[in-house]
Design a protein around this ligand. Structure first.
Ligand SMILES: Nc1ncnc2c1ncn2[C@@H]1O[C@H](COP(=O)(O)OP(=O)(O)OP(=O)(O)O)[C@@H](O)[C@H]1O
Ligand SMILES: [Mg+2]
Length: 419
């Protein structure tokens, strides 16, 4: 169904407006919290806050904007060109025709293409995104893929991808192995629904990481002509809080601050169908980020997912967790801090009860889950390393030992907090 129209005006402003028949329909719901149902168009700022997250960032985003002659901040030209599918459930069309599943299918993503993606991620991601008209956001090079019984496939036309494949850069050695270890460790520490993460080994370089999409669902009996994979909608917390400037995905200012935690808690209370459970889940996620040393826990790495019928929303499972503290060049300021501290090394036991308070979560319950995670993180990390070595033959134990060594001091702080 046509939900609305995004227009780029001659003066460079971008305006989204819902379609009248959508607003009038019984099933109409806001597609993002910052775009309440209304007939008048939204401002450029609201429009960008809602849609900017759908465009690729970093070098791939830059190459795409250059190829499309799109301005630095403009989102409409990028979405018009790349949009059989995005992060979430929306699809875009730029010729006024209804997107159709005609021609939707899968073609093989062969080993050579995967190897060239691992070896030259930026070039290959640019080509794949232009070719398959997917737009996947984030700074790391990635492509959308489908796991089939025969191996990896590339979505054709409107076919939804089932996985996101990511390739690291040599600037951060073992980046994908690091993420796979942290993601699997999250599952082992109690985040049962965290994105399922696998590695595809490639000779001579860091493996490719395959993350199963949580904004996709398999439905066996769908109406004729529709694929079994159904898109679910998602929005990150820049979209949810109406933050249109990418740099602000990290808490601004490095003073002693309370940061975004209280705003995230308020947004959950407003938007989520699982208010208390989700605020307490965010406590666990932030505590886990702290324990494993993931300072890249900014507002785009936290999101809401909609139910298949778009009537309910809840916090998405964790994704994109990496131990960033092992890379000397990366900032040690967390995207969202713990209590009063953003600098990961300055976090002290008193910050944890404060964070529980900011999130409106009972300290007793939060404390129990903190101490369980603190006890579990090191042994789980080692178990996951053994599992990955057995499963795909990558060397994971040495890195896991390094990550465990790195977490030790933080585990002690968390245990003190939970005493
Ligand atoms: N498993 C998944 N299922 C669905 N969506 C996902 C999944 N993993 C990531 N995403 C979405 O894709 C976006 C980009 O992915 P991700 O955060 O892993 O990339 P990144 O490039 O490492 O990001 P960053 O810019 O934080 O470094 C995320 O913000 C999220 O919305
Ligand atoms: Mg991310």
């Amino acid at each position: 169904m046509l939900v609305g129209t995004l227009s780029l005006l001659a003066d460079g402003s971008e305006v989204f407006a819902y379609d009248k028949s959508y607003v009038a329909s019984k099933i109409a719901v806001p597609i993002y919290p910052v775009l309440p149902l209304q007939l008048e168009g939204f401002t450029t700022q609201q429009t960008r806050a809602a849609f900017a997250s759908l465009g690729p960032e970093g070098p791939v985003g830059h190459d795409i904007r250059t190829a499309l002659r799109a301005g630095r901040d403009a989102v409409t030209p990028v979405l018009a060109r790349l949009n059989h599918e995005t992060i979430g459930a929306l699809t875009f069309t730029d010729d006024g025709r209804r997107p159709s599943y005609e021609g939707a299918g899968v073609t093989p993503l062969d080993t050579d293409t995967l190897a060239s993606f691992a070896r030259n991620p930026e070039r290959a991601a640019f080509e794949e995104l232009m070719r398959s008209r997917l737009s996947l956001n984030g700074a790391v090079s990635k492509i959308g893929a489908i796991r089939t019984e025969e191996g990896w496939g590339r979505p054709q036309e409107l076919m939804p991808s089932t996985h996101i494949l990511k390739a690291g850069t040599p600037a951060f050695p073992h980046q994908m192995l690091n993420e796979a270890l942290c993601m699997r460790c999250a599952v082992a520490c109690g985040f049962d629904d965290a994105a399922q993460t696998d590695l595809i080994p490639i000779d001579g370089c860091d493996p490719i990481l395959a993350s199963q999409r949580f904004d996709r669902m398999t439905v066996k009996e769908r109406p004729a002509g529709l694929p079994e994979t159904m898109r679910l909608h998602q929005a990150d917390f820049c979209q949810t809080l109406g933050i249109s400037v990418d740099a602000l995905k990290y808490t601004p200012s490095d003073e002693l601050i309370e940061g975004y935690t209280a705003s995230v808690a308020a947004a959950i209370s407003r938007e989520s169908s699982e208010r208390y459970g989700d605020r307490s889940y965010v406590f666990d996620m932030l505590a886990f980020d702290y324990l494993v040393g993931n300072c890249d826990n900014h507002l785009k790495n936290l999101s809401l997912t909609w139910s298949p019928d778009w009537t309910r929303k809840a916090i998405s499972p964790p994704y994109d967790i990496t131990c960033t503290t092992v890379y000397a060049d990366l900032s040690r300021e967390m995207g969202m801090g713990i209590g009063r501290h953003r600098a990961i090394d300055a976090v002290e036991p008193a910050d944890f009860p404060l964070m529980a308070e900011q999130l409106g979560v009972g300290w007793r319950q939060a404390r129990d889950s903190l101490s369980q995670m603190a006890e579990a993180v090191a042994p789980s990390m080692m178990d996951c390393a053994h599992e990955l070595e057995m499963e795909c033959g990558v060397k994971a134990i040495e890195l896991a030992e390094h990550l465990v060594g790195d977490c030790r001091g933080r585990v002690e702080v968390a245990l003190k907090a939970s005493m």
